[in-house]
Write a protein that binds this ligand. Structure first.
Ligand code: G3I
Length: 307
């Protein structure tokens, strides 16, 4: 069974019934778009704020939807006490261990998949230099997976990254990283392919298929974790049809791989999407329009899934 999922923002989840209804009707899995990240969930050394994360987990559990946890180790959205602090290696390891224990432990048994580590490889395929890699040394990835596994032995544990959908330098590097982690016995169960795609820069689908297959051949789950397909300029009929085609192609590939168990979009309505803020001149990247009407992309997905 493949889950169709969407990243969820807490504000509209609380404020907008159309948002809640569309989400519950069309999807079987949710990811927290922001509220489980280090900064929002752990704003002060001895203070956690689980209000947003709890709201999402509660919403999902009440509707028997699965939850993807996002994310335990990342270089972005970190609190100032962490980025501005001075920690010895030992102290920083204790911080991360306690964080993982507390956050993953709170939702133990209720999270289907955790993005334990997010974006640890730079675009050129070298290890990304982050607070974690600099402060803890190269072994931190393995440690993070081990700690997550202790905190929640049921959740499937993922490495998640962008720009690794097709073949290339970065996906090769992540492939080697996955091999290495597995060889060392780390509890790595899957790789998440974010798939923030541009209609004017789509990957070669043949390469995407070959790439996902090689990861699956390592015995890993492969999931599409943050899909959006941004459209440059005005989203006219032709652009929407081509966007639908991109959604369909990627889902078709996923459906040919038995261990591709989730297909998750980063948001679901063009009303709430990170794309226009981040990519000037682009938008309309998601499967529902800003009025919650299904776009051709959504219809293509539903047709393929027979839903
Ligand atoms: O919550 C504050 C709000 O209180 C404040 O008034 C407002 C003013 O800027 O900022 C709000 O926080 C913003 C937050 O989104 C919630 O909307 C942050 O500034 C903004 O940086 C943050 O952006 C998020 C981004 O990650 C952070 O890097 C996006 O929503 C989120 O979609 C995006 O998601 C990432 C995935 O986690 C990892 N993969 C890439 C993906 C897209 O960048």
């Amino acid at each position: 069974m493949i889950h169709l999922g969407a990243a969820v923002a807490v504000k509209p989840l609380r404020a907008d019934a159309r948002y809640r209804n569309t989400l519950a009707r069309a999807f079987t899995m949710v990811t927290a778009e922001n509220v489980m990240k280090f900064g929002p969930v752990h704003p002060a050394p001895a203070r956690y704020d689980f209000r947003g994360a709890d709201a999402i987990v509660r919403f999902a559990t009440a509707r028997r939807m699965a939850v993807r946890g996002h994310t335990l180790v990342w270089h972005s959205q970190q609190p100032v006490w962490l980025t501005g602090g001075r920690f010895s290696r030992r102290a920083l390891a204790a911080v991360l261990r306690a964080h993982i224990r507390t956050v993953a432990g709170r939702y133990r048994g209720r999270i289907a998949a955790w993005d334990v580590v997010n974006e640890a490889v730079a675009d050129d395929g070298t290890p990304r230099r982050t607070l974690w890699s600099a402060g803890l040394g190269p072994g931190y990835l393995e440690q993070a997976f081990a700690w997550a596994n202790e905190a929640d032995p049921v959740a499937r544990l993922f490495y998640n990254d962008y720009g690794i959908e097709a073949l290339g330098r970065k996906s090769d590097a992540v492939y080697r990283l996955a091999e290495r982690l597995l060889a060392r016995g780390a509890p790595l169960h899957g790789v998440g392919f974010q798939a923030h795609l541009g209609l004017d820069d789509l990957p070669r689908w043949r390469d995407v298929e070959a790439n996902l297959r090689r990861f699956a051949a390592l015995g890993l789950l492969v999931q599409v974790t943050e899909l959006d397909v941004r459209i440059p300029g005005k989203a006219g009929r032709r652009a929407l049809a081509r966007q639908a085609d991109a959604y369909r192609r990627l889902l078709e590939i996923c459906l040919t791989i038995p261990t591709c168990t989730a297909f998750v979009t980063w948001g679901f309505t063009d009303r709430h999407s990170w794309v226009p803020n981040f990519f000037k001149g682009y938008g309309a990247a998601l499967p529902f329009d800003a009025s919650y009407r299904p776009k051709p992309a959504m219809r293509a997905v539903q047709r393929l899934l027979g839903r």
